[in-house]
Design a protein around this ligand. Sequence first.
Ligand code: KIV
Length: 265
Amino acid sequence: MNKVTVKTIQKIKDAGEKFSVLTAYDYSTAKYIDEAGVDIILIGDSLAMVALGYDTTHCIGVDEMRIFTRAVARGVNRAMVVTDMPFMSYHANISDAILNCGEMIRNGANAVKIEGYSDYILQLIQRLTESGIPVMGHLGFTPQFLNTLGGYKIQGKTTEATEEILNQAKRLEDAGVFSIVLEMVPQDSAKYISENLRVPTISCGAGKFCSAQVLVSDDVFGKYSEFKPKFARKYGDMKSLILDCAKRFDSDVKTGKFPSDEEVF
Ligand code: KIV
């Protein structure tokens, strides 16, 4: 078992192969996802919505991400563990941002993900990589910018917008990111962007031409039922499984079938 590192990820891209990324927020889910062979496990700030029940990803901070990072990291042996830096944890100033990102590494992450593009973000990426903290970039639709983007909107729909994302991606690459998530970008745009970068791109609803695909595990397992993005594929029905188990337990307790003689001391 070889631990997945930034070097592994780059080798996969250079060989024209694919890697997989799933989110996880707790110890046992992370353990099983790791056992299944998924290459990167992301403690996404999507946890605010799917695990904590908030309406947006804005509602969590460094304290929560630290706890979930520690839980996931304890379950993982092979996959690379990446923590999503939450809203406002890296915008106030470079020093606080570096300390907040460093906290995630101290709690078991192997890298951090930060959203967006600006001169400030470029400087931050450079300082983080110089400090030994690998950074995954995130362009296209960036959920932390929901209010400025004006909703869940596809990005990079025109030639100009695609060129703009490519330009941003190239500058993130020069600043030192080891990979870039492209979220809700049309497949052809993502293909063009990916073909013109050295680092791998990770599609989150950006089609099949990226080096990797990322999905929120609660969508993949069929656990989160409030909303399913068009690009998410449901591989199971955990909601039904949980409902079924909970109903049978409830019934067994109320009818005296649980516990049995074998289940008592
Ligand atoms: O928060 C998250 O889970 C993410 C991925 C879906 C890319 O940012």
